[in-house]
Design a protein around this ligand. Structure first.
Ligand SMILES: NC(=O)c1ccc[n+]([C@@H]2O[C@H](COP(=O)([O-])OP(=O)(O)OC[C@H]3O[C@@H](n4cnc5c(N)ncnc54)[C@H](O)[C@@H]3O)[C@@H](O)[C@H]2O)c1
Ligand SMILES: O=C(O)C[C@H](O)C(=O)O
Length: 312
């Protein structure tokens, strides 16, 4: 199995490192536009392989997509990250052109690859990738909800003084500070509703902290986060390569599901070897559905900007 990660920056290199460390693929290729940058990151990761007993082959390339030929999965992380005080949506002007050209270049050499979009604003970049390449809808998956759910479980874990790994929690909707929807109703501690241990106010605060989880880290770090984003990307790649059929909240094309059409938005999906296979219906309450519809309205207005930018 071969994975290409485009963008060898913080998120891309972390994702490649986790994929290599966990030996999810036989080969990982990192690509970046910056001269020798991907080669350097790949060499650094390669030099960990004898220390970590890893057999995965890793290489880097400056914009030469022929080295990515026959990839099973292409992960797109290229583009600007936000700075403190910015929204993800403000990145659209720069990142739309980058994501579109990168996806076109990568697809030429790996027409059957499942494409994982991470660059922000992720919901709109996923829609752009799907629409501009004209691919079957199951082949394009945006990663945001897996990360947001990890943060949700992290904040739940801190409040409960429990390991986050023992908790279940899902975030659906857009991957934006105001568009994501942490489903507190469905959060559990090994099957027991979190509401049995936490007050409604505590759960509300956890949901609010989750929604601004990326902004909080951006303020602390001066740029956006990368360890959990890279690991979340790798987890999605794992379910694809190993055909695990895990149910994961991912940004996929909706054609009537969850009451929305012609939009890519975060919902629970089954992830397997050919991409996303099936959308799972969580049977939202009226309030949750209303929040989902509002999230869709906001993402749709960003998608409309793609036409103004002449990329779609
Ligand atoms: N969806 C998510 O959950 C999530 C999480 C974290 C970050 N992100 C997004 O991922 C993106 C990358 O974040 P980062 O922290 O790694 O940024 P970064 O600046 O560290 O890395 C981005 C890399 O992209 C490269 N690049 C730019 N244009 C390119 C092109 N045309 N071809 C190939 N490479 C190109 C840059 O040279 C740079 O190395 C940002 O848009 C960020 O907002 C998304
Ligand atoms: O917050 C960001 O801008 C990056 C990413 O989307 C994240 O959630 O960490």
């Amino acid at each position: 199995m071969k994975v290409t990660v485009v963008g060898a920056g913080n998120v891309g290199a972390t994702c490649a490192d986790v994929i290599a460390f966990r030996q999810l693929a036989d080969e990982v290729v990192l690509v970046d536009i910056r001269e020798n940058f991907a080669e350097g990151k790949a060499l650094d990761i390669y030099q960990t392989t004898s220390l970590m007993d890893v057999k995965t082959k890793i290489s880097g390339s400056t914009n030469d997509y022929s080295k990515t030929a026959n990839s099973d999965v292409i992960v797109i992380t290229s583009g600007l990250p936000r700075k403190p005080g910015m929204t993800r949506e403000e990145l659209i002007g720069t990142n739309a052109g980058i994501v579109k050209s990168v996806a076109e270049n990568a697809l030429k050499y790996s027409p059957k690859a499942v494409i994982v979009v991470i660059s922000n604003p992720m919901d709109t970049m996923t829609y752009l990738t799907l629409k501009s390449l004209g691919l079957p809808k199951n082949q394009v998956i945006g990663m945001g909800g897996i990360l947001d759910s990890a943060r949700f479980k992290g904040y739940l874990g801190l409040a409960l003084n429990a390991p986050a790994a023992d908790l279940q929690g899902t975030v659906i909707g857009g991957h934006g500070d105001t568009t994501m929807i942490p489903l507190t109703r469905l959060a559990t501690v090994n099957g027991i509703p979190a509401s049995q241990f936490l007050s409604a106010d505590q759960l509300k605060q956890i949901a609010a902290d989750t929604m601004v989880g990326g902004a909080t880290l951006t303020k602390m770090l001066g740029t956006s986060a990368w360890y959990a984003p890279g690991a979340a990307g790798a987890l999605l790649v794992e379910s694809i390569l190993r055909d695990q059929k895990r149910v994961m909240p991912c940004c996929v094309y909706l054609d009537g599901e969850y009451g929305q059409k012609d939009i890519c938005l975060g919902v629970p999906v089954v992830i397997g070897r050919n991409g996303w296979e099936k959308i799972v219906d969580y049977k939202l309450t009226a309030d949750e559905q209303e929040a989902f519809n509002k999230s869709a309205d906001a993402v749709r207005s960003m998608n409309n900007v793609l036409k103004e930018l002449n990329v779609l």
